[in-house]
Design a protein around this ligand. Structure first.
Ligand code: ADP
Ligand code: ASP
Ligand code: MG
Length: 406
């Protein structure tokens, strides 16, 4: 007997037929004698629709009301799955974040989970073999209002619940058979990985591979939760996220990720003096805008151009923030470019092997793709390129690092 958390993403619960399929999978685990908690996302497309409605009514809407709206998608699927389970004779009930409760901080729209009280769920699993069907993505803040965890947040709900319940496994069911060397929807030759390290998965997630939310990987690594990513439509084994010492043959590059979610800002002719970076990035940080890639070009005349990227969704606020400090800083102008994309190669093998970055630059040069910004970490190289080249770049790099399936 094991205690497991099963998480089902939007495509897995997209309609009643698929919810029935999910219920059958849950039943299998219960019949095998396991204690089961399930975390569900909203039906595919529902969260996007809810976000769009908030946006339509007011672009700079109240984040607390945004949460009140977008949390509803998961409420529907948790109730429906509980109904489907009961219908096939499985004892089950739905739980919303506030009912458990899943306590978060007050950062509406991108809240972090602080604590989950798992005792009652465990008691019900043990005593009446009840399956808890928990809404992903949502919790309750210090103000007693519903919060949400940021897009893709149900993965984090699942891992956090697995930690709180001391579960043996956290199975993340999605619409692909596991974690691949790159997005299998872009590269047909992408290969499924049997195992990937927490560190590589964390890096891949943070640079755009949306198969797991970044925070879920962070949390799994910290709490030592055994995460498996697998398909809810196939029977094949998925990908295990593991510690580095569990991987025998380490590839130089584990995977390639891309993101179209960033925009590039250039501030022209900034006076080149100490403290200038702090004067620019301090106010952006205070406005809770995450700056990612940064380059500074020094000109001969004592000024400099500063180029960096921010999430596309934050571009209007970033521009407003920078306009507000124009006088104080004394730059000439700001330009913004939304038609950019970031492609990253990730692998722990980079620590001990040189040449990964140069292979990347050469491969992109051969395709005539211009690199606008570069950033690196110990196990990652990222470049910013024109958005129109992204698929070409990912495919070419996938081949260049020998990742193509035979
Ligand atoms: P869910 O709704 O189940 O949470 P997501 O859409 O959030 O599913 O994540 C799964 C998607 O992630 C896949 O359909 C795939 O297109 C994308 N993806 C991006 N990079 C990868 C990768 N390296 N391996 C697997 N899937 C990836
Ligand atoms: N429904 C939410 C979203 O679309 C959470 C999730 O699916 O993980 O972002
Ligand atoms: Mg997801």
């Amino acid at each position: 007997m094991a205690r497991i958390v099963m998480k089902f993403g939007g495509t897995s619960v997209a309609d009643p037929e698929r919810i029935r399929n999910v219920a059958a999978r849950v039943k299998r685990e219960v019949d095998a004698g396991n204690e089961v908690a399930v975390v569900v996302s909203a039906m595919a497309g529902v969260t996007n629709q809810l976000v769009a409605w908030c946006q339509e009514l007011s672009p700079l809407h109240d984040a607390r009301e945004y949460d009140a709206v977008v949390a509803t998608g998961e409420q529907v699927t948790s109730g429906l799955l509980a109904i489907a389970l009961q219908h096939i004779g499985i004892e089950a009930r739905s739980w919303q974040g506030w009912q458990i409760p899943i306590r978060t901080d007050g950062a509406h729209g991108k809240a972090r989970i602080d604590a989950i009280e798992g005792a009652e769920l465990i008691r019900r699993m043990r005593e009446i073999r009840q399956v808890a069907v928990v809404t992903g993505f949502q919790g309750v803040g210090p103000d007693h209002r519903v919060t949400t965890l940021g897009r893709g947040g149900s993965d984090t709900s699942a891992v956090a619940l697995a930690a709180a319940l001391a579960a043996d496994r956290c199975d993340i069911y999605t619409d692909v058979e596991g974690v691949f060397t790159t997005d299998p929807r872009i590269v047909a030759k992408a290969r499924k990985l049997d195992k990937i390290t927490y560190e590589e998965m964390l890096e891949l997630a943070s640079v755009g591979a949306k198969v797991l939310q970044t925070r879920s990987v962070e949390l799994a690594m910290k709490e030592k939760v055994r995460v498996q990513v697998l398909s809810s439509f196939a029977e094949a084994p998925g990908t295990l996220v593991v510690d580095e010492d569990e991987i025998v043959e380490k590839a130089l590059v584990a995977g390639i990720a891309y993101s179209r979610d960033e925009a590039k800002i250039t501030i022209r002719r900034v006076p080149d003096r100490p403290g200038i970076a702090a004067a620019i990035f301090g106010p952006l940080a205070s406005a809770a805008i995450n700056v990612d890639m940064i380059v500074q070009n020094v000109a001969a005349d004592g000024t400099t151009d500063m180029t960096f990227t921010v999430p596309k969704a934050d571009l209007p606020r970033a521009e407003a923030t920078l306009a507000g400090i124009k006088e104080a800083i004394g730059y000439a102008e700001i330009t913004a470019d939304r038609d950019v994309a970031k492609v990253s190669v990730v692998g722990v093998g980079m620590r001990s092997h040189a040449g990964v970055a140069s292979t990347m630059f050469r491969t992109l040069a051969e395709k005539g793709i211009n690199i606008q910004v570069i950033s690196t970490s110990e196990i990652k190289v990222s470049v910013l390129i024109g958005a129109e080249y992204i698929e070409l770049a990912v495919r070419a790099l996938h081949t260049a690092y020998g990742l193509d399936a035979a």
